[in-house]
Design a protein around this ligand. Sequence first.
Ligand SMILES: [Zn+2]
Ligand SMILES: [Zn+2]
Length: 104
Amino acid sequence: MSLRFAWIGVWLAACGTPEVSPVEPAVSAPSEKAHASAEVVPGSHEDWCGEHSVPESQCTQCNGSLIAAFKATGDWCEEHGVPESQCRTCNPDLKIERPPKATP
Ligand SMILES: [Zn+2]
Ligand SMILES: [Zn+2]
């Protein structure tokens, strides 16, 4: 076995620099964040939960403390555990539009 590895070494040396496959850079930063940070202005383009397709400031699935407020106004779907106004299961025609980006 060792003879075979030695032969490969000779072959590489004979060919000069062996072709090195470039290392793929790890893609760590997605272009669009799924969740807004806490500092965004509610109702702005940045205030958006990409995971649940609702404004982040109204996303009860990300922020459970919002649930009580929705329940208090009767805007709650017990069956699906989301505000009725966000329940796409009960309201298939429901469209929650992401606010457009503010133009400077
Ligand atoms: Zn969410
Ligand atoms: Zn529902």
